[in-house]
Design a protein around this ligand. Structure first.
Ligand SMILES: Cc1cc(C(=O)N2CCN(C)CC2)sc1-c1cc(O)c2nc[nH]c(=O)c2c1
Ligand SMILES: [Mg+2]
Length: 214
């Protein structure tokens, strides 16, 4: 039976990365996507912007919407202080299965909780299920049509605090116009656009960083 692209990406990690070395896992995935097959990881160019935001925020509690194969999950977790945690939501069970193995190869299982299912159903359960009070950082990288409704849900569920940072991938390509319009015009956010490129291509894309003002 034919393998899937996430399975081939996992095999590239197991073949080329060192167990317990998150940066080698990130490098192995980027090399696979540059040399073999494009895949929708945030990539190294936008990944460096992600790294700088994570390092600046120094979050204790992180929410990632959209795990895919765990590339950005590993990238973020490798920068977190010892007791910090990241909860990552993935709708697709096949992606979640691969991500758990990529995360295990990086040796970051203790910092990461992969949760399978729709973000719209899990966000309202964050407090009761995972003992979350508020998130310090939210990385939106799941589905363009869910960025705005899930942001409003996070607000309504009291999961954002004054100073929480929302960082959104793909605001240009594939594009999230309704989300951009909201965070750029709402008095409750201060937004900033980081121009970059779609992973592994020359097409324009960027990250939008928005501070929740409470
Ligand atoms: C699937 C896909 C195809 C894209 C594209 O324009 N392509 C032209 C150029 N060729 C080379 C690649 C394909 S961009 C993109 C994409 C990229 C992300 O970072 C995503 N992140 C989260 N969730 C998504 O659904 C998501 C989709
Ligand atoms: Mg993306």
């Amino acid at each position: 039976t034919q393998s899937t692209r996430p399975q081939r990406l996992l095999h590239a990690v197991q073949k080329n990365a060192t167990r317990g070395d998150p940066r080698s896992v990130v490098k192995a995935i980027d090399n696979f996507c540059r040399q073999k097959e494009w895949a929708m990881n945030v990539g190294d160019e936008k990944g460096c912007i992600l790294d700088s935001v994570v390092s600046e925020v120094n979050p204790v509690t992180v929410l990632e919407l959209g795990t895919y194969c765990g590339y950005s999950t590993v990238r973020i977790a490798s920068l977190l202080p010892p007791r910090a945690k990241i909860i990552t939501l993935e709708f697709n069970p096949d992606y979640a299965k691969i991500a758990r193995q990529v995360i295990a190869w990086a040796g970051l299982e203790d910092k990461i909780q992969v949760v399978e299912g729709p973000s719209g159903e899990w966000i309202p359960k964050m407090k009761e299920q995972f003992g979350v009070k508020t998130f310090d950082l939210v990385f939106l990288d799941h589905w363009k049509d869910r960025y705005l409704p899930d942001t409003k849900l996070l607000e309504d569920c009291g999961l954002l605090r004054k100073g929480t940072i929302l960082l959104a991938d793909n605001v240009i390509c594939p594009g999230t116009p309704d989300y951009l319009e909201y965070v750029r015009n709402s008095p409750r956010y201060k937004s900033q656009y980081f121009k970059s490129h779609l992973e592994y291509t020359k097409a324009e894309d960027g990250l939008e960083k928005s501070v929740f003002l409470g």
